[in-house]
Design a protein around this ligand. Structure first.
Ligand SMILES: [Fe+2]
Ligand SMILES: [Fe+2]
Length: 251
């Protein structure tokens, strides 16, 4: 099902009111757990803190062209939710007496891509790939510690990310609906290259934390593969449904 921007605005507004993290809990991370996950925790915290200025500019241009007046407000609220993740992870880093990261190679690269990028399509597919990896990452972080506070922060993010992927998949569906056969085929090709490069960069940068949470390289690659194809399948859902119905009629 493809939801309207008004639906997503309401969803993000209601979700932002939900307080799922119990800040009364004290952090209980062990030195061993810290050693395994701290680098990645800091890097992902930094990645969640973007002000989204370039995304907002790309969205406004795109929405104006398509006449979708509510879409920018939905994206603003989506960015706000990402910033909530950054704030929560940041408070946690402060509370365990560590310094927040001010730069990270992966984050710098991703910010550079975002800086030069004005294409809504590139934004959407990049966000889908990174959010899919985030779902696996925060589950691994959750499983890599016994600290109840960090676990509750991760659970909250995992719940939000599932909706983020739906929100972005629906946008990709609309982007695909505007394309012809060659445009779609070309997009699938370069999405694949971007996907392949990004998942390897994420694994190289964060394999220690993934492994601490029980996620091996082959688990990560397999999970990412299925998530990526689910997004592509979602973009073609109508066509697949029509073909399945036609088969039933002719059978
Ligand atoms: Fe996030
Ligand atoms: Fe997200």
């Amino acid at each position: 099902m493809i939801h309207s921007s008004a639906f997503w605005i309401e969803h993000f507004k209601q979700n932002l009111k939900k307080q799922r993290v119990n800040w009364a809990l004290d952090p209980q991370i062990t030195a061993e757990e810290k050693e395994a996950i701290l680098y990645s925790l800091k890097a992902w915290q930094l990645g969640e803190t973007s002000d989204g200025a370039h995304l907002k500019a790309a969205v406004r241009k795109y929405a104006k062209k398509r006449g979708e007046k509510d879409y920018p407000a939905a994206v603003d609220l989506f960015i706000k939710e990402e910033q909530k993740h950054g704030n929560n992870l940041g408070y946690y880093i402060d509370r365990i007496g560590e310094e927040r990261a001010s730069h990270d190679l992966g984050d710098t690269l991703f910010r550079k891509i975002r800086y030069f990028n004005t294409s809504m399509e590139l934004w959407t597919i990049t966000v889908i790939i990174v959010e899919s990896a985030a779902q696996i990452f925060y589950q691994a972080l959750h499983d890599a510690t016994y600290c109840p506070l960090l676990k509750s922060i991760c659970k909250d993010i995992i719940i939000d990310e599932a909706h983020h992927i739906k929100f972005q998949n629906e946008r990709l569906y609309r982007i695909f609906a505007d394309k012809g056969f060659y445009g779609r085929a070309f997009s699938v090709g370069w999405y694949g290259l971007l996907f392949f490069g990004t998942i390897h960069a994420i694994w190289i940068g964060h394999h220690k934390a993934f492994k601490a949470g029980g996620v091996s390289k082959s688990d990560f690659m397999k999970k990412m593969y299925y998530k990526f194809f689910n997004s592509l399948k979602f973009c073609h859902a109508d066509q697949l449904k029509r073909e399945a119905q036609a088969q039933v009629v002719t059978a």
